[in-house]
Ligand binder design. Structure first.
Ligand code: PEP
Length: 251
C-alpha cells in the first residue's frame, strides 16, 4: 500500500536559527498527526545539518530541495548527494518548477541527479507539472507524460520504491490558485496510468503521488479525499507549523 506523505518545501526562506525554531515547532505538533502519514521537511542546504539535530529520532524526515548532477570535484557552489547524506537527510526534491524555470533544470540533468541520489541511498521527490500556457493550450497531459517518462524510463521497478512524484501545476504554485480536486485527480490518475504502462500496475499502485500548488488547511481535505492524491508538497503553508500540521490532519 502506498504511503500518505505531507512534505514541506521551505524554498529559500528562513535563516538557520529561524529554520531550527520552525523544525522544533513542527516536531512538537507532529504527535497530533495520524501515524500513517509521513511528515517531511525540505530545507535549504545550510539548514540540513542543524535541522537534522532537531528531527532525528522523531517522526519528521528531512529532505534537501535539490542536489548536484555530479558526484564530486571542481563544481564550485554545488552540493553533492554524499554531502546531503552526511547531514542525515533522507530525501531530495528534484525538478521543482522553480529550478526548471530559473536554473535551467532539464530532464537530462534530472536523470543524472536521480541516478546519483538513488545510488547514495536518498529517496527522490520528483516534481512534474505544466505551466499556465500549456494548460490553456490543453497540453497538460502531454507535458506531465514527457516529464515523467523522460526521467523515469532510466529507472527500474525496484528504483520506484524510492521515488515519490509531486504533481505541481506551475500556475498554482505560490499564486493562491489551487487546482480543483477534479483537475488534480485527473492528472494524478493519468500519471499513475503512465507509471502502470512503464512498470506495471502493481508498481504504479504503490507510488505515492503528491499534489502541490497553494495547498492549505482549508483545501487539503478535498484534495486528499481523491483516490489518486496521496498527500501534498507544500510551499508557503509549510512556513507555519500550525498550517503545515493542519494540512497533515486533513486525511
Ligand atoms: C511548491 O513550491 O512546491 C508549492 C507547492 O508552493 P505553494 O504551496 O506555495 O504553492
Amino acid at each position: 500500500m502506498r504511503k500518505h506523505i505531507v512534505a514541506g518545501n521551505w524554498k529559500m526562506n528562513t535563516t538557520v536559527p529561524e529554520g531550527v525554531e520552525l523544525a522544533k515547532a513542527v516536531v512538537a505538533k507532529s504527535a497530533e498527526v495520524p501515524s500513517d502519514v509521513e511528515l517531511i521537511i525540505a530545507t535549504p542546504f545550510t539548514h540540513l545539518y542543524p535541522v537534522n539535530e532537531v528531527v532525528k529520532g522523531t517522526r519528521v524526515a528531512l529532505s534537501a530541495e535539490n542536489c548536484a548532477d555530479k558526484a564530486k570535484g571542481a563544481y564550485t557552489g554545488e552540493v553533492s548527494v554524499d554531502m546531503l547524506k552526511s547531514t542525515g537527510c533522507e530525501y531530495t526534491i528534484l525538478g521543482h518548477s522553480e529550478r526548471r524555470q530559473y536554473y535551467g533544470e532539464t530532464d537530462e540533468k534530472l536523470v543524472e541527479k536521480t541516478k546519483l541520489a538513488l545510488a547514495a541511498g536518498l529517496k527522490v521527490i520528483l516534481c512534474v507539472g505544466e505551466n499556465l500556457e500549456e494548460r490553456e493550450a490543453g497540453k497538460h497531459f502531454d507535458v506531465c507524460n514527457a516529464q515523467t517518462v523522460n526521467v523515469l524510463k532510466n529507472f527500474s521497478a525496484e528504483d520506484m520504491k524510492n521515488v515519490v512524484i509531486a504533481y505541481e501545476p506551475v500556475w498554482a504554485i505560490g499564486t493562491g490558485k489551487t487546482a480543483t480536486s477534479e483537475q488534480a485527480e485527473e492528472i494524478h490518475a493519468y500519471i499513475r496510468k503512465v507509471l502502470a504502462d512503464m512498470f506495471g500496475a502493481g508498481v504504479a499502485d504503490d507510488v505515492t503521488i503528491l499534489y502541490g500548488g497553494s495547498c492549505k488547511p482549508s483545501n487539503a481535505k478535498e484534495l486528499f479525499a481523491q483516490p489518486d492524491i496521496d498527500g501534498g508538497l507544500i510551499g508557503g503553508a509549510a512556513l507555519k507549523a500550525e498550517d503545515f500540521i493542519g494540512i497533515a490532519l486533513s486525511f
